[in-house]
Design a protein. Structure first.
Length: 424
């Protein structure tokens, strides 16, 4: 190579180095980018689960508004997560659920899923969630069986069905040691059947005589044949029911027959604020509840229990919900909000929305919120089953002015009134 060529090349290198030195530094990586996280679910806007499902949806939407209005969830890399919902009417139909959750997972690309209301519909949705690798928080779904199918991405907010009515059995035992006969009359549905089967076994282990154990079709509106059987069996207590519509009708027709029963505890219907519309038929009727506004969970209680705390108090939730929707919240509404808080806590702990990282955070959950303690079974046999949350029992009573009010009567540590017993 000639000396002239070498000189030219050398000068080019020097110029290039000078240009590099003078060039502006590369721009810093942009922080604070906003990302929308889509939560997919179905709601029973029509069909038999409309009442409970609508309130569950209200609670979830309120959580979305609250977290977004607070600025979203901020990750350590500067990303700000805001939340949006995508949902469809499942018409209270299991076949429709599978079709719609497939659409949510594949066409809508939902980042996370929330279950529909009811154990039967949730069981159908859980298959799809697991198939497409989507984490699903279940609320309004208490059946134990869903969490014993080998799923790894399905997590339960509610107390399991196997522990739903056992608190009512305990309450009865505390009220009357001589009351030993129970009639179980229940809806033939996945949820109700699993509840009463577990309660029956528990009651028999406590020395009770189950004098009637019979199911009715979900669309039953005439309970007289069952009430006649109850009357013939002469129980001290009636337990069972199913969902809001059938439970309300059952309670009304029991009252019309003026059955001489000492205690009634029904599923789902009594905790609903609109149960009071039954008037005298509501008086004395008890039922297990996942949550009540009178529950006093707090950051101090969480700290004492060695648990994390997140979110607002029961009173704050109840006031905010009533302002937004014009009615007192039922536990179905609280469950919808609780599902959002569970997901929020896991995302914050994971510092990510990646499925594997959020799953690990959910597995490690040891959380208390206004809804109560929350923790999951992480064994292969029952992964995602709720093991931290416990039921309370409410009962409708008349206050000193004659107004129907819903009281917490069990456990005694959280009671707002003594139980009305016997109710007749």
């Amino acid at each position: 190579m000639s000396r002239k060529v070498m000189f030219v090349l050398g000068m080019l290198v020097i110029v290039a180095l000078m240009l590099t030195a003078c060039a502006p530094a590369p721009a810093a990586k942009t922080s604070g980018a906003e990302k929308t996280v889509t939560i997919g679910f179905t709601a029973s806007q029509t069909g038999k689960y409309n009442v409970e499902s609508s309130r569950q949806t209200n609670g979830l939407k309120m959580w979305v508004d609250d977290v977004n209005n607070a600025g979203g969830i901020k990750l350590s890399d500067g990303t700000v997560l805001k939340f949006a919902t995508k949902f469809y009417d499942d018409e209270s139909n299991k076949d429709r659920v599978q079709e719609l959750y497939t659409r949510l997972a594949t066409e809508d690309n939902a980042n996370f899923l929330i279950s529909p209301y009811s154990s039967g519909l949730t069981a159908a949705a859980a298959v799809i969630a697991e198939q497409y690798g989507k984490i699903m928080i279940t609320t309004g779904a208490a059946s134990d069986a869903t969490y014993k199918q080998g799923y790894t991405l399905v997590y339960q907010a509610y107390t399991p069905a196997s522990r739903y009515l056992t608190s009512s059995v305990d309450l009865l035992g505390s009220l009357d040691a001589s009351a030993k006969k129970i009639a179980f009359v229940y809806e033939n549905s996945k949820f109700s059947t699993s509840v009463v089967e577990a309660a029956k076994a528990y009651a028999e282990a406590q020395g009770y005589d189950v004098v009637l154990f019979e199911g009715y079709d979900p669309d039953t509106s005439d309970f007289n044949p069952f009430i006649n059987k109850i009357q013939a069996a002469s129980p001290d207590a009636i337990m069972g029911g199913g969902h809001f519509q059938d439970g309300s009708t059952f309670a009304r027709q029991i009252n019309e027959k003026n059955l001489p029963v000492k205690f009634i505890s029904l599923l789902v219907a009594p905790p609903e604020p609109t149960f009071s519309e039954l008037g005298d038929a509501a008086v004395g009727v008890a039922g297990p509840s996942q949550w009540e506004a009178a529950a006093k969970y707090s950051p101090e209680a969480a700290k004492a229990a060695g648990m994390d705390w997140l979110g607002l108090s029961s009173t704050e939730f109840a006031q905010k919900y009533e302002k937004a929707y014009g009615e007192a919240p039922s536990y179905h509404a609280a469950g919808g909000y609780a599902a959002g808080l569970l997901l929020q806590n896991a995302i914050q702990k994971a510092d990510s929305i990646e499925t594997a990282k959020v799953k690990a955070a959910l597995d490690a959950t040891n959380l208390m919120i206004f809804f109560g303690p929350l923790k999951f079974d992480t064994s292969a046999d029952a992964h995602g089953l709720q093991v931290g949350h416990s039921m309370i029992v409410v009962q409708w009573q008349r206050d000193s002015s004659g107004k129907l009010v819903k009281q917490v009567v069990w456990p005694t540590s959280g009671a707002t009134a003594d139980p009305l017993y016997p109710i007749h």
